[in-house]
Design a protein around this ligand. Structure first.
Ligand SMILES: Cc1cc2nc3c(=O)[nH]c(=O)nc-3n(C[C@H](O)[C@H](O)[C@H](O)COP(=O)(O)OP(=O)(O)OC[C@H]3O[C@@H](n4cnc5c(N)ncnc54)[C@H](O)[C@@H]3O)c2cc1C
Length: 391
């Protein structure tokens, strides 16, 4: 049985061979879960850095010039952009979590409960939407265009709060990513760019799904208007440390299951710890199974390399070990804003630990340019690629 890393590399190679050339003209078609060669399907792996963005970019640029595959390269940078944008506006994540908690409470008893239950159980009567709900639950994946249509129908037709939709996606997507997900939902709702929301229309769905659905009910013809909330960009620093990274305690987190040289060099010179069941998320079984397998495969590679690895069944087990070894500082690769970071910050706070992040060079290079729109950010892509190529 191939491991997650082999699977990722195989998918990348096969996409470069069969899909990269025609990506720009074909990428918007959602031809169904059994026919996905027009897009890369790499997001679950890139999301966890099983494939690093740099690796994807370099492999593509080995066979094609940037000018010929601009669209694909730009899409890879969308994730980077969203992450950098959120890093400079952490209140967006905090506010999302707060309103989500309030909405979950309201929805237990609220008047929109039936609409919500119908939506998440694929009973809306809107054929395409109900199909996508089932597809998402079964495969943990939806095509980008369908995510846009889905979010639009959820918000503008079914009149449901965007935060509950974003949460439903995070629960079921293998690539569930706090930045790409939260900010894309906000974009569809019209909260990202003032005066611009995304409204799905039947003709567009019919064209790009090749008439696979009969949209029985009318989709909304007018977007719902929300109060636009502006968030000022606050440039984030990247804390450094003078200590040599040797014989320290490094905690593996799910957002950096990386196979690059830098990660392994660090791992092999330190004590690596892993807490099983680290985050008690409300993940679907499909997502949990993928996460479990990704970690197991990573661990077996670390074992093959004779890494000093300790596995703990839960947080208190890990804390006991730290206490026994008089260790009050732990290092981890920066997990980015989201639930994984919230959890690590919380462990550190409750147990008086110094939590030190190791930052990724690519993120440090790109994020400072994500202060405003993607249009401005994408102008820097040739500069980023030049640096990536020289590394
Ligand atoms: C409402 C909504 C929610 C989304 N939620 C997530 C999410 O939780 N996690 C996630 O990874 N993506 C999310 N996306 C972005 C996008 O839909 C997926 O990254 C893409 O569909 C993944 O499929 P692929 O790997 O075949 O992409 P491809 O089209 O092959 O693109 C290659 C890579 O570029 C990146 N990419 C492509 N499009 C986007 C995009 N619009 N935003 C960010 N990165 C992109 C991904 O890393 C992707 O693997 C969301 C989009 C919308 C509209």
């Amino acid at each position: 049985m191939i491991n997650t890393r082999q699977d990722a590399v195989h998918k990348l190679r096969s996409f470069i061979k069969n899909g990269l050339n025609t990506y720009s003209s074909q990428r918007n078609f959602d031809l169904g879960p059994q026919n996905r060669t027009n897009v890369s399907n790499l997001s679950p792996f890139i999301r966890k850095r099983i494939l690093h963005e740099e690796e994807v970019l370099n492999e593509c640029l080995k066979v094609k010039k940037y000018e010929h595959i601009e669209k694909f390269i730009q899409e890879v940078f969308w994730r980077t952009y969203w992450k950098g944008w959120l890093e400079g506006r952490s209140e967006v994540w905090e506010k999302y979590k707060m309103s989500l908690n309030e909405l979950v409470e309201q929805h237990k008893f609220g008047i929109r409960k039936k609409n919500y239950d119908d939506a998440v159980n694929a009973r809306t009567g809107i054929d395409c939407f109900d199909f996508w709900v089932n597809e998402l639950i079964e495969f943990g994946y939806l095509h980008n265009h369908s995510r846009m249509w889905f979010a639009s129908i959820w918000i503008h037709t079914l009149n449901l709060p965007w935060q509950l939709g974003a949460n439903f996606f995070l629960k079921h997507l293998l690539d569930g990513d706090p930045a790409s997900n939260t900010l894309s939902w906000r974009w569809v709702a019209g909260l990202h760019t003032q005066g611009k929301s995304y409204l799905a229309n039947e003709d567009n769905i019919n064209k790009f799904t090749q008439n696979r659905f009969k949209n029985k009910k009318n989709l909304s013809l007018k977007p719902k208007i929300f109060d636009y909330d502006f968030y000022e960009y606050k440039p984030r620093g990247f804390e450094t440390f003078d200590k040599k990274l040797e014989n320290n305690t490094i905690l593996i987190n799910l957002n950096n299951i990386s196979y690059n040289k830098k990660t392994f060099d660090i791992y092999l010179n330190n004590n690596i710890c892993l807490i099983e069941n680290m985050v008690k998320n409300d993940n679907s079984e499909v997502v949990e199974a993928f996460n479990k397998k990704a970690l197991e495969d990573h661990i077996s590679i670390l074992r093959e390399k004779n890494a000093k690895l300790k596995i703990f069944k839960d947080v208190s087990d890990f804390i006991n070990y730290l206490n026994k070894n008089n260790c009050d500082q732990i290092f981890t690769f920066y997990p980015s804003i989201g639930r994984q970071k919230d959890f690590l910050d919380c462990i550190a706070k409750v147990n008086n630990l110094i939590l030190t992040f190791i930052y990724d060079d690519f993120d440090q290079m790109c994020w400072p340019y994500a202060s405003s729109g993607f249009f401005k950010f994408k102008k820097k892509i040739p500069f980023f690629l030049n640096k990536v190529n020289n590394n």
